[in-house]
Design a protein around this ligand. Structure first.
Ligand code: A2P
Length: 273
């Protein structure tokens, strides 16, 4: 079924109050042959905390909708919902999702959740947001939320990709945050964006894990090494990246937090279930 055919499919919410709602695509922007962002309508009853994820997807002819966990990239105050997605040629969902156009429908589940939220961390001085690839998405939400800057003096958002072109989204979001009427003043004074690439030359080369281990990250930023007294961290990327970065947090003496028990760092749990 094409996306436009999906638009004419019956709205699943009509028969089941817990079923996803059909939302309208408002805009689509392709960054590279691997990534794109899109914005959809936000139902007035849809509440979330910046950094959370939600299941989104498309209807299928078999009847059961095809849904995947996506971090919400827009901040909680935004009237629309933004998502940043990878394109996988043979991916069941993204092979179809990458073809959406404004006016098409996307299914949105009703209950967002997640651990990459400010409430899962104890207070501190400096907040690190470590991301690779499309893992920047939840941080696109958090760097546009004023609460992030109210809680931390300094916010360091790192983004590592294979190639320079893949850094376009985070660069755009950081520039947008710094120019935004609501958070611009905070972001300009408190937000640092650190980018590195691993398969193409740029200002900083190497995996974020290697840069943490060597201390190259802290030297480049002009800040002291990780300290559980002052530093907090959120981690989002591939499962291997999350695991390896988590190991380094534990080595530095930071403890993993959760909504029920805030501590010094949190990892994306969208892959877990
Ligand atoms: P590398 O090019 O050395 O594999 P991917 O597209 O595979 O998810 O990778 C996105 C970025 O994350 C790449 O720069 C990649 O580096 C890096 N990366 C992959 N695995 C890890 C890991 N275990 N720890 C840290 N960074 C990683």
């Amino acid at each position: 079924m094409t996306v436009s055919a999906a638009q004419n499919a019956p709205n699943p919410a009509a028969s089941n109050p817990n079923a996803p709602t059909a939302e309208t695509v408002l805009s689509v922007h392709h960054y590279t042959d691997k990534t794109f962002k899109f914005r959809i309508t936000r139902p007035s009853s849809f509440r979330f905390r910046s950094g959370e994820f939600v299941m989104i997807g498309l209807p299928q002819e078999t009847g059961k909708p095809l849904l995947r966990a996506y971090s919400i990239a827009s901040p909680s105050w935004d009237e629309e919902l933004e998502f940043y997605s990878i394109k996988v040629a043979d991916g069941p969902l993204t092979s179809r999702l990458q073809a959406i156009q404004p006016g098409d429908s996307v299914l949105l589940a009703r209950k967002p959740t997640g651990t990459l939220v400010l409430d899962a961390l104890t207070s501190g001085k400096r907040l690190y947001l470590f991301s690779t690839g499309t893992g920047f998405a939840p941080f696109a939400s958090l760097v546009r939320d004023p609460e992030t800057y109210e809680r931390y003096e300094q916010v360091i958002a790192t983004h590592t990709c294979r190639e320079v072109g893949e850094l376009a989204y985070s660069r755009e979001i950081v520039a947008e945050a710094k120019a935004d009427p609501l958070v611009g003043e905070y972001a300009s004074a408190q937000l640092t964006h650190f980018c590195s690439t691993t398969r193409e030359t740029s200002d900083h080369h190497g995996r974020i894990t290697a840069l943490i281990e060597s201390g190259g990250l802290f030297d480049a930023l002009g800040v002291p090494p990780l300290d559980p007294e002052t530093d907090r961290a959120m981690i989002c990327g591939s499962m291997d990246m999350i695991q390896d970065t988590k190991t380094l947090m534990l080595k530095a003496g930071l403890r993993e937090g959760a909504n029920s028990e805030p501590a010094e760092f949190v990892i994306e749990k969208a892959f877990a279930g």
